[in-house]
Design a protein. Structure first.
Length: 302
């Protein structure tokens, strides 16, 4: 920040820090949902700034689907070691092994529904009353309905009609027994804001965000997915080696690649500024129906 001059990133940063401090003050046992992606690492950077010189007052919680990119898990572990924060991991495979969920079958399996069960089991097991997530309103129409403090019912589900007003950033933390709050400090950020903040703060990012050579499966719809033993090749599909990068770094089964030569963060910023599609526009899990995200959120999804 130039002395006496506030940029839009300064304003967004100040709001996010306020929300993180309110979360620490309002809830008995909050946790920060951490996927290893750009929004997660921004939230960790913001939390470190919000509570310095003290320690971050909540752990990180990662729901490991078993379909994660190895690069994302490697980045997660390296960041956690560097920051010195507690990492809690709950695994979807354990949920399946316990008979609490069942794996999808077919050539393009997803564990989105299964990870919701794992997450809600973790909330109950760990006694969490606040979950800090990296959701942003520009991502998807269901995300746009969220408040910053977004109430989840006693079964973990989300009802947009129960959302409370937040005039003048007045955040209502009231909870009934069994309920918990999802907290979204980056609600008013855009994907471009996130990348500009990463550039300004010189944050380390997972290698998947940078352009690299990779063998990709091209679906019949033209979507590029990282070649993986998890994905079966169907008629009309092909495998090609391309220069690609990823805008989201979640599961290999649903995170689409894009052809790109953007290697530096500044090149990524310019690419995002010129983009005409949402980062979630080609995610396989969001293509299942017009209301796929809202249906998952109603069940307790992030």
């Amino acid at each position: 920040m130039t002395e006496g001059v506030f940029t839009h990133l300064d304003v967004l940063e100040a709001e996010a820090i306020f929300v993180l401090r309110e979360t620490a003050a309002c809830f008995n046992r909050p946790a920060l949902l951490f996927s290893g992606g750009k929004d997660s690492l921004c939230m960790v950077a913001l939390a470190l700034r919000a509570f310095r010189p003290g320690r971050m007052p909540f752990p990180l919680l990662h729901i490991d689907t078993g379909h994660n990119f190895p690069e994302t898990l490697e980045f997660r572990d390296r960041l956690v070691a560097a920051v010195g924060v507690q990492l809690l991991v709950r695994r979807v495979q354990d949920t399946i092994d316990a008979g609490r969920a069942r794996d999808e079958t077919g050539p393009k399996p997803s564990r989105n529904l299964q990870q919701t069960v794992t997450l809600l089991d973790g909330v109950r097991e760990l006694g969490l009353d606040g979950l800090i997530g990296g959701g942003r309103r520009d991502e998807e129409k269901a995300r746009a309905k969220e408040r910053i403090f977004s109430l989840r019912k006693d079964a973990g589900g989300w009802d947009p009609q129960q959302q409370r007003p937040e005039f003048w950033l007045q955040l209502n933390r009231a909870l009934r027994p069994g309920e918990h709050m999802r907290v979204f400090p980056l609600s008013n950020w855009t994907e471009l804001d996130v990348w500009q903040y990463i550039s300004r703060e010189q944050l380390e990012i997972p290698a998947l965000y940078r352009a690299h050579r990779r063998r990709c499966l091209r679906t019949r719809a033209g979507v590029l997915l990282a070649e993986s033993s998890l994905l079966a090749l169907e008629p009309g599909e092909s495998v090609e080696e391309l220069n690609v990068r990823f805008r989201t770094v979640g599961d290999m089964t649903c995170s689409a690649a894009m052809e790109s030569h953007a290697v530096s963060v500044d090149e990524i910023v310019r690419e995002i500024a010129a983009a005409r599609t949402s980062e979630r526009g080609s995610r396989m899990d969001d293509r299942r129906s017009e209301s796929a995200m809202e249906e998952r959120k109603a069940e307790g999804y992030f």
